[in-house]
Design a protein around this ligand. Structure first.
Ligand code: 0WD
Length: 254
C-alpha cells in the first residue's frame, strides 16, 4: 500500500501550489500518507483548503507560529483527531523584505528578532509539541538554504537564521534521538516561490545556479518532495541530524 501507508503527518508552510511544502505533501500522499495542513491567516485559507482537499486531507487548521496559543491549538487538534503523529514538515520562514537586499550589517534589532523567532525558534516550538504525540517515534523535516553555510548576496539576516536553524537540527536530533524521533533538514536549491520573490535579484540567483550547478539546472518542488519522502519515511530510518542538499549539486561548486 505504499511507503507511507499508515503514517500521519502535519504539513506546515503551504502558501500556494508553488510552495516547497506542497511538493513534499504531494510525494507523501502519493505513497499513502494521511496529511493535516496548517495555513497562516485567513488570506491563505482559501488557497490551502482546496489543495488539502486534493490530497484527501480532513484536517486544515490556521496556525501562526508566533502565537503559542495557536500552536497549542494546532497540536491539540492533531491529538484529538489522530492521537499520535508520525511526521512534521516545517517549511516556514520570514524576514522583512526590505532587509533581504543591501547589506547584512544594516539589519535592525526588531527584524533580527522577528526573523530568528519565526525562522528558527518556531521549529523548536514545533518539536516540543510534536514530541508528545510521537510515541511511536517520528521524523521532523525543516527547510534550509546554502546561505547558512556561505555568504550569499541579499540573503543577509536569513542566512544567519538558517545557520541557527541548522544548528538546532543537530541539537534537536540529539535530544529526541533516544525517543526514535529523527530530525533533519533539506537544503533546497533556489525555487521561485512566494517567499523567494522577496529576495533581491532572485532571478539572477536562479540563472547562476543553472549555469553552475553540476546538473546545469535548478530543482523543482517535486524533487525536493521526493527527498523529503526519503527522510520522512522508513527509508531514512538511519538518518538524523543531517542537512541533505537537494540543489542539483550546487553546494560542491560555489
Ligand atoms: O528558493 C527557495 N524558495 C528556498 C526556500 C530555498 C531553500 C529553502 N527555502 C525555505 C524557506 O526559507 C522556507 O523555510 O523553504 C521554506 C518554504 O518556503 P517556500 O516554499 O519557498 O515559500 P512559501 O511558499 O512562500 O511558503 C513559506 C510560508 C509563508 O508564506 P509567505 O510567503 O506568505 O510568507 O511560510 C509561512 C507562510 O505561509 N509562514 C508562516 N506560517 C505560520 N506562521 C509564518 C508564521 N508566522 N510566517 C511565514
Amino acid at each position: 500500500k505504499g511507503l507511507m501507508a499508515g503514517k500521519r503527518g502535519l504539513i506546515m508552510g503551504v502558501a500556494n501550489n508553488r510552495s516547497i511544502a506542497w511538493g513534499i505533501a504531494k510525494s507523501c500522499a502519493a505513497h499513502g500518507a494521511e496529511l493535516a495542513f496548517t495555513y497562516q491567516g485567513d488570506a491563505l485559507k482559501k488557497r490551502v483548503e482546496p489543495l488539502a482537499a486534493e490530497l484527501g486531507s480532513k484536517i486544515v487548521v490556521p496556525c501562526d507560529v508566533t502565537d503559542a496559543a495557536s500552536m497549542d491549538a494546532t497540536f491539540d487538534t492533531i491529538a484529538k483527531q489522530w492521537g499520535t503523529l508520525d511526521f512534521v514538515v516545517h517549511a516556514i520562514a520570514f524576514s522583512d523584505k526590505d532587509e533581504l537586499t543591501g547589506r547584512y550589517v544594516d539589519t535592525t534589532a526588531d527584524n533580527f528578532t522577528k526573523t530568528m523567532f519565526i525562522s528558527v525558534y518556531s521549529f523548536t516550538a514545533v518539536a516540543q509539541r510534536a514530541e508528545k504525540l510521537m510515541t511511536n517515534g517520528g521524523s521532523l523535516v525543516t527547510l534550509t538554504y546554502y546561505g547558512a553555510e556561505k555568504w550569499m548576496p541579499h540573503y543577509n539576516v536569513m542566512g544567519v537564521a538558517k545557520a541557527g536553524l541548522e544548528a538546532s537540527v543537530r541539537y534537536l536530533a540529539a535530544d529526541l534521538g533516544p525517543k526514535a524521533i529523527r530530525v533533519n533538514a533539506i537544503s533546497a536549491g533556489p525555487i521561485k516561490t512566494l517567499a523567494a520573490s522577496g529576495i533581491g535579484d532572485f532571478r539572477y540567483i536562479l540563472r547562476w545556479n543553472e549555469y553552475n550547478s553540476p546538473l546545469r539546472r535548478t530543482v523543482t518542488i517535486d524533487e525536493v518532495g521526493d527527498s523529503g519522502l526519503y527522510l520522512l519515511s522508513d527509508l531514512g530510518r538511519g538518518v538524523t541530524g543531517e542537512i541533505l542538499h537537494v540543489d542539483a549539486g550546487y553546494h560542491i561548486v560555489g
